[in-house]
Design a protein around this ligand. Structure first.
Ligand code: BGC
Length: 476
């Protein structure tokens, strides 16, 4: 899935522009149009700027691993128990939950109001028990005690719970119940993090994460009735806790730059707009915080692309009725782009945004120009700890040498309205199958920098997890 950018980079062999640009996205960037094109690289625009790169060194520094935890645990607190997500004959999940919307013995009761509207602030960031199981499977396979100890630390870090197919919804009530149970034990807000990711004709510019729903097979109806409707019910039944939701990675960015390429035709583009708007509208609840996927610096970093993206985001939000809970945007989801400039080996092609901090600043301005000056950002730092690992900025699949990046953290600073560093892509989950001939094989998963031993997207890739742990920066 995610992050196709070779096309945005376009003519990969063109002018090796070394840039500078202090102000990403304003001025110095030249006239990059970056329209569509496919990995053959059509339409990279017209790089004009030059100048010598500056940029700030990669930040590192120790970030306090996530969570604050603390608080007194009250062992007497009752849990709401696991909800049986009984599937009905129609395949719909029955989201009936128990006392999922609050409760507990905390005195005073936990106030889940987010400080300044930031759901990650002053909260414990809930760790997905499903991810912990995957990490445990890796711990069982290694003998090196130092490595094991590092892996143990990963089990304290929040990663997102991906609703990547209808079937996955069955696990959502139990996931949220467990977060609520913890909230009632800690007597402090616990924030859950989910990803909504099942659009019809999903991943139209790549192969690796093509989804289960198709427009020509009643995809829109199924998306709305069998996917969004039950998610809405389940979230509504968990109104006593904070839930951050990343909305449909790649979809709107694909419309911005890849229209006409591969399977990103007009019909698909329109359906992405309509269905994302539908989702934003349906999931508009005060305890839910929606972050629309906004690609990353190596994709919508060029000024023209920023503008196109911002315009589409604004149109879709408006079409949804400008829901109050659209908190902002998620960048770098499942990508490898670093926070700040590092000497990557790829040709940056006049892209003034070297890294995600620059990009967030630039997107904030572009969104302001569209009347969305109040939006906030989260950056996926799960695998961007190490730079200089790819020949081309557009490589997005299982890049060898990757390391975990900054730990999830609220209000980390560094860019405009930045709510948090988050780990959306669970490190160790594959980006896409690496062997040619397998279903959903994408050429990017066979590139020179890709680890071609990879299983299907989303499946656990132990060897890759080991690498991400060993290369973590900051170290685990
Ligand atoms: C896959 C999803 C998976 C997600 C998280 C995506 O690339 O398509 O199936 O849930 O990554 O690993």
């Amino acid at each position: 899935m995610l992050r196709r950018n070779a096309h945005q980079l376009g003519l990969a062999t063109s002018v090796a522009v070394i840039l500078a640009l202090a102000a990403c996205g304003d001025g110095g960037g030249g006239d990059t149009s970056g329209t569509g094109g496919g990995s053959s690289g059509v339409g990279a625009g017209n790089p004009t700027s030059s100048g010598v790169g500056a940029g700030t060194p990669t930040s590192s520094g120790n970030v306090d691993p996530t969570t604050t935890s603390s608080g007194n645990v009250d062992p007497t607190t009752t849990s709401s128990g696991n909800v049986d997500p009984t599937t009905t004959s129609s395949g719909n999940v029955d989201p009936t939950t128990s006392a999922a919307s609050g409760g507990g013995n905390c005195s005073p009761a936990v106030d889940i109001t987010a400080p300044s509207g930031n759901p990650f602030a002053d909260a414990h960031l809930f760790v997905d028990p499903g991810y912990v199981k995957k990490v445990d499977s890796s711990i069982a396979q290694v003998t090196d005690t130092a490595l094991k100890a590092k892996m143990e630390k990963v089990k304290q870090i929040q990663t997102a719970f991906w609703l990547d197919r209808i079937e996955a919804i069955k696990e959502l009530p139990a996931y949220l119940d467990a977060a609520l149970k913890l909230q009632n034990e800690l007597c402090e807000p616990v924030t859950a993090l989910i990803v909504v990711y099942d659009l019809p004709n999903r991943d139209c510019f790549a192969e690796a994460s093509n989804g289960e729903l198709h427009l020509d097979q009643n995809g829109t109806q199924r998306y709305r009735e069998e996917y969004i409707a039950p998610i809405k019910q389940i979230l509504a039944a968990h109104s006593g806790q904070r839930i951050a939701a990343v909305i449909e990675p790649d979809s709107l960015p694909n419309i911005a730059t890849n229209l006409g390429g591969k399977r990103c035709d007009e019909t698909t583009a329109q359906s992405y707009r309509d269905n994302v708007a539908h989702t934003l509208k349906e999931l508009n609840m005060p305890h839910v915080y929606q972050y629309i996927d906004a690609a990353h610096s190596g994709w919508l970093g060029w000024p023209d692309n920023q503008k196109k993206g911002a315009k589409i985001f604004a149109e879709v939000i408006k079409a949804a009725g400008s829901p109050a809970n659209v908190r902002g945007f998620a960048t770098n989801v499942a990508n490898y782009t670093q926070l700040s400039y590092t000497a990557e080996s790829y040709d940056q092609q006049d892209n003034p945004c070297f890294g995600e901090f620059d990009y967030v600043d630039a997107m904030a301005s572009a969104l302001s120009a569209e009347g969305l000056g109040d939006k906030h950002f989260i950056i996926d730092t799960s695998r961007n700890g190490v730079g200089n690992i790819r020949e081309d900025w557009g490589y997005w699949c299982n890049n060898k040498g990757a390391g975990m990046g900054q730990r999830p953290k609220a209000n980390p600073g560094g860019a405009t309205n930045l709510d948090a560093f988050v780990w959306v892509k669970p490190p160790g989950d594959s980006d896409g199958v690496g062997q040619e001939g397998q279903p959903r094989y994408d050429l990017f998963c066979g590139k020179e920098n890709a680890d071609t031993r990879a299983p299907q997207a989303g499946q656990w890739f132990h060897e890759y997890f080991v690498e991400c742990v060993k290369n973590a920066n900051p170290a685990l």
